[in-house]
Design a protein around this ligand. Structure first.
Ligand SMILES: [Zn+2]
Length: 153
C-alpha cells in the first residue's frame, strides 16, 4: 500500500504508533486510549493530503425491514436471558455491565450487560441488553459485518 507521504508511511509501517492504518477498511486513525478509543483521520497529519475514502461500508450487509421484524419477534418473544439460551443456545459474545470514563466529553459511560447472536440471520447481528434481573431491556438488530477477521463485537 502506498501512503500519501514518506512520513505517514514510516509511522504506520513501523507499528506501535498511535497513528494506525487498517488495510482491510482502508482507514487511518489516531488511537486516543490504548485499544479502546480511536478517531478516524480524513487528512494526513503530516502533509495534509486528503486520505482515501474508507471501504468499511463494503463489509456490512443490511437486514431488510422484514428480516428486522422477524428477528425482533423471534427474540422479543423471550422473557429474559435464560429463555434466550434455551431457545437459541449460548450467545456468540457476552458482556458484563461496565462503566468507563468518557475520554472526550468527561463523565462516565455506562453500559448494561448484554450479548450478541451472530447466526440467527445471514444479514443481521442481534444485540440484546439486559436489566439487572436479566429481563430483556433492549433488542437491537444490527448490520452484519463480513470482514474476515471480525469478531462481531
Ligand atoms: Zn501525508
Amino acid at each position: 500500500m502506498r501512503h500519501c507521504c514518506d512520513r505517514l508511511s514510516s509511522v504506520v509501517e513501523a507499528g506501535g504508533s498511535s497513528v494506525q492504518f487498517d488495510s482491510v477498511y482502508r482507514e487511518y486513525r489516531v488511537e486516543i486510549l490504548p485499544k479502546a478509543f480511536w478517531i478516524d483521520l480524513s487528512f494526513c497529519p503530516f502533509c495534509g493530503a486528503k486520505l482515501p475514502d474508507s471501504l468499511r461500508g463494503d463489509f456490512f450487509v443490511v437486514p431488510s425491514p422484514d428480516e428486522k421484524k422477524r428477528l425482533s419477534a423471534l427474540v422479543g418473544g423471550c422473557k429474559g436471558r435464560a429463555e434466550l439460551i434455551v431457545k437459541f443456545g449460548n450467545p456468540d459474545f457476552v458482556y458484563a455491565p461496565h462503566h468507563s470514563a468518557d475520554p472526550i466529553f468527561g463523565g462516565t459511560i455506562s453500559c448494561r450487560s448484554g450479548c450478541l447472536y451472530k447466526n440467527l440471520s445471514t444479514t443481521a447481528v442481534v444485540r440484546v441488553e439486559f436489566t439487572e434481573d436479566d429481563s430483556i431491556a433492549r433488542i437491537a438488530i444490527e448490520s452484519k459485518c463480513l470482514r474476515p477477521d471480525n469478531d462481531g463485537t
